[in-house]
Design a protein around this ligand. Structure first.
Ligand SMILES: [Zn+2]
Length: 378
């Protein structure tokens, strides 16, 4: 036996003065308060991370943590601004819904479903309203069956007709290759390349090569395709591009971004009147064939040949790929893209594709990358 065991015996209690006791109580309270605060900060941090992009499996902890946050938030005097984001992507305490999962991982062409476990305030399935934040990535029917359309992430939102303000979001991650319309009409030797060709998809009249939306003389957009402006990611990266240019003393600015079908219709027809259709076709797109209708194309600075060779044009050609953009109609590629050289017209494709194009050379085109043509069929 060693001496340590003697501490197990009850010790005689020391007498403690009232003031010392109060001091100790205050100390203990302070420590507890500090611990609680630390816990809240940790939970808030964990949740704000979770609300961003996150791969991995369906984790039951994700919704649990979010629910904790919704109750914890009002207690803290300075609730972090990120909490609203976290609440949006997980179950909401007063949403009136409880689902068996809050994220769905499916392959392109496959389906998944999130079952509603409790539905206390609704009147049944007829009352459910299911919507997809991006039907290009996943669609959902009125029973909550989710179908993967193309690779990416989006949200499926469940609300009710009775009270559309109550809603819950389910994260959908679509992965894998498509089993859908693989219309590989072009079986050229290029397909011997090691990497499998990305799936070719046409969804509601919109053509995709892998994740890349394609608009050229062969592929058009429906007249009602209207993102209402530049796509958010495109905008975001264009801002980064401008900042990057500014650091190098180069001023890049937007001259023309999104153009609707109707506007392009007017524009093209006025060019036809002035120059004739044959000439107009070399520099202006027919309605539905303009990349500007995608919300992913931007004309910068001076939109005519005087832009060629300026420090801005040279910087743009050399650096735009770093920000996910490509010079869409490079010099000497008119036979391939269908358009003459436009050093001012950049197209957002994301950094993965822009990097690929850059590796082939900055005059490489989407038509060459995906082995597609650009010709009006009529
Ligand atoms: Zn343009």
């Amino acid at each position: 036996m060693d001496n340590n065991h003697s501490s197990n015996r009850p010790r005689p209690r020391k007498r403690v003065s009232k003031s010392t006791l109060r001091k100790r109580q205050l100390c203990a309270l302070a420590v507890i308060a500090l611990l609680v605060l630390l816990l809240i900060v940790l939970v808030a941090k964990a949740c704000s991370k979770d609300s961003g992009k996150k791969g991995g499996d369906t984790t039951p902890t994700e919704p649990a943590v979010t629910t904790q946050l919704t109750t914890a938030a009002p207690q803290t005097t300075e609730a972090p601004t990120t909490t609203t984001k976290a609440i949006k992507s997980g179950p909401n305490e007063d949403s009136g819904f409880k689902l068996d999962k809050y994220s769905i991982y499916i392959d392109v062409g496959d389906s998944g479903i999130a079952y509603v476990q409790q539905y206390p305030e609704g009147s049944g399935e007829e009352d459910e309203v299911w919507t997809s934040s991006d039907p290009k990535i996943a669609t959902v029917d009125n029973l909550g069956h989710v179908t993967g359309v193309s690779g990416g992430e989006c949200y499926i939102t469940l609300s009710t007709k009775k009270d559309p303000t109550k809603e819950v979001n389910i994260k959908v991650v679509v992965t894998g290759k498509s089993n859908l319309s693989n219309n590989n009409a072009n079986s050229e030797p290029q397909q011997l390349a090691e990497a499998p060709a990305p799936p070719k998809l046409t969804i509601s009249g919109v053509h995709y090569e892998g994740d890349t939306l394609i608009v050229n003389k062969s592929f058009s957009l429906p007249s009602d395709y209207n993102p209402g402006g530049l796509e958010a990611t495109c905008s975001e990266w264009f801002e980064k591009l401008k900042q990057g240019a500014a650091k190098d003393g180069i001023n890049i600015y937007l001259s023309s971004g999104f153009r609707s079908y109707g506007y392009q219709d007017q524009l093209y027809n006025s060019y036809c009147r002035d120059y004739g259709a044959a000439t107009a076709d070399t520099f202006s797109a027919r309605p539905g064939h303009s990349e500007h209708q995608t919300g992913l194309a931007i004309d910068v600075n001076i939109v005519d040949d005087s832009f060629t060779g300026t420090p801005e044009a040279i910087w743009l050609a050399a650096h735009c790929y770093e920000y996910g953009f490509i010079i869409r109609y490079p010099q000497g590629k008119q036979d391939i893209t269908g358009y003459k050289y436009e050093p001012w017209h950049i197209r957002y494709v994301g950094t993965e594709i822009s990097q690929k194009i850059h590796e082939h050379g900055d005059d490489y085109t989407l038509e060459e990358l995906y082995n597609i043509d650009s010709e009006y069929k009529s």
